[in-house]
Design a protein around this ligand. Structure first.
Ligand SMILES: [Zn+2]
Length: 259
């Protein structure tokens, strides 16, 4: 099974780090909610994936620990399609996967299961903020893993931007994921240019705002959805198109400052 394990998106560290900070920013209480159990991935995914929740696991622990799980049950051979969204072709399943796991989360009456599925939902949101998950351009894709490895190894460098992210209030994930992917897509060319030029400072300047916007959405989603006392599933049809002021501001900031 190891051979078919896909390359983690953004890397395990980055997903866990960002989701942990989202939990802290959300204002949720870090209560112990875990009950000992084994949870399998949805049946159409890799059949052999299961993960454990333990007695006393807390809200934050569950959100953080399971943030990278979806890369371990990715659809074999279709990882990029499942974990991305390409605005140019309107293809890629990540917005649907995010919303699906959010709906599953809201159907749970056990809080540990609810936060497990929320963690998986946020994974797909975070993937939509990774510029290389918003393009199929072969040349750009050549640097995909190298940049992700870099982000994974250096995610704590972005702590100031991530921890100062302002939660954006959202009650669904489908549209925010698509909008985030559109924002992230604007970074593909500059990021590729900075990376191939070996300009790590420019790479950092380009990554910071999109990571920050992603964090704002993740924290905002948890703030609104994680705290709902009587959860009801949202559907994409019900979804309200939300504005992304933070994304626009971040983009303008990058363009005005330049490398
Ligand atoms: Zn992923």
């Amino acid at each position: 099974m190891k051979a078919t394990t896909p390359k983690p998106t953004y890397g395990t560290n980055a997903h866990k780090y960002m989701t942990r900070i989202a939990a802290e920013l959300s204002g949720l209480e870090d209560l112990p909610v875990g009950k000992e159990r084994t949870v399998k991935a949805p049946s159409e995914q890799r059949f052999d994936f299961s993960t454990k929740i333990h007695d006393g696991d807390t809200v934050f622990t569950i959100l953080e620990e399971h943030a990278a799980d979806p890369d371990l049950f990715a659809i074999p051979g279709a990882w990029q399609e499942q974990h991305g969204y390409i605005p140019a072709t309107k293809t890629g399943l990540a917005p649907w996967e995010a919303q699906r796991f959010l709906n599953m989360a809201l159907e749970q009456t056990d809080l540990d299961m609810r936060y497990l599925y929320l963690s998986w939902a946020l994974h797909f949101l975070e993937d939509c903020g990774m510029p290389y998950h918003t393009t199929l351009d072969v040349t750009r894709q050549a640097t995909h893993f190298a940049v992700e490895d870099y982000v994974d190894a250096n995610i704590s460098k972005f702590a100031p931007q991530l921890r100062s992210a302002v939660p954006v209030s959202i009650s669904e994930l489908f549209n925010p994921c698509k909008k985030l992917a559109e924002s992230a897509n604007a970074y593909v060319d500059p990021l590729y240019a900075a990376w191939t030029a070996g300009d790590k400072a420019a790479v950092d300047r380009l990554l910071a705002p999109i990571l920050s916007v992603t964090e704002s959405l993740a924290a905002g989603a948890l703030q609104v959805i994680g705290a709902r006392p009587n959860p009801q599933p949202f559907s994409a049809v019900q979804a309200v198109v939300i504005a992304l002021p933070a994304a626009a501001v971040a983009l303008a900031y990058t363009k005005s400052r330049g490398p």
